[in-house]
Design a protein around this ligand. Structure first.
Ligand code: PGA
Length: 239
């Protein structure tokens, strides 16, 4: 199981350091086997710890160059970052990143053998159009992405569930995850308003291999609690 914290535009260099210290101690002291991944903002990138993978929320598909406001693989290399989030819905829908850009990023970083957390998920109007529309939308987001790539991790994150406090229902998650698993056997995380109150139920679902968490991960104690819930499920101790 994987539980990943997407810190988005929250935290500073110094608070990320304290955050990672706290999470790392918690994992060590509680013998947590669930894999912890943290995506800090670009200004707070730092090397992974033994028990926490640090990844980047975004990078441009280039080693370096004239890409104002972006970072490339050279800046990731400085910290030994080998894990990248691609296609997050905020990049797609707020920053206007289109299918071509996400695909270009996937191709560039896959070529360099980065671990890629690739996010898919539908906006509310597609959800309202029904399950077939949802799957057509997701398949389009994955069009041209090499689903056999060895370091690919998928995250299903319905746009309407992100940052709203209202997660998808277990039924919604089960049906989308089982459809995705039908054509891709990579680890598949769910994201969208995962929190301490619903993590046990969501992480116990068939076809859910972990969670990508935003809001509920920003305080280290809460992220630790989520890791603990996942770990208990993984160890068969129940929710
Ligand atoms: P949320 O964000 O947990 O705040 O809904 C999830 C995400 O954006 O990955």
């Amino acid at each position: 199981m994987i539980v990943a914290a997407n810190l988005k535009a929250n935290h500073t260099r110094s608070s990320v350091k304290s955050y990672l210290d706290a999470v790392s101690s918690f994992i060590g002291e509680n013998d947590i086997k669930t894999r912890a991944v943290v995506f800090p903002p670009a200004t707070a990138l730092c090397p992974s710890r033994g028990n926490i993978t640090v990844g980047a929320q975004n990078a441009w598909a280039a080693e370096n160059g004239s890409f104002t406001g972006e970072i490339g693989s050279e800046q990731l290399d400085e910290f030994g970052i080998r894990t990248l989030l691609v296609g997050h819905s905020e990049r797609r829908h707020i920053m206007g990143e289109g299918l071509d850009t996400t695909k270009r990023k996937f191709d560039f970083f896959a070529e360099q053998e980065y671990e890629i957390f690739f996010c898919v998920g539908e906006p509310i109007e597609i959800k309202e159009a029904g399950f077939d529309a949802v799957m057509t939308y997701i398949e389009r987001q994955l069009d041209g992405v090499d689903l056999n790539y060895s370091r690919l991790i998928l995250a299903y994150e319905p746009v309407w569930a992100i940052g709203t406090g209202k997660a998808a229902t277990s039924g919604d998650i089960l049906s989308v995850h089982s459809a995705i698993k039908g054509f891709c056997d990579k680890p598949l995380l769910y994201g969208g308003s995962v929190k301490i109150e619903n993590a046990g139920e969501i992480l116990s679902l068939e076809g859910v291999d972990g969670a990508l968490v935003g809001t509920a991960s920003w305080i280290s104690d809460r992220f630790c609690a989520l890791l603990n819930i996942a770990d208990n499920i993984e160890k068969g101790l129940g929710q």
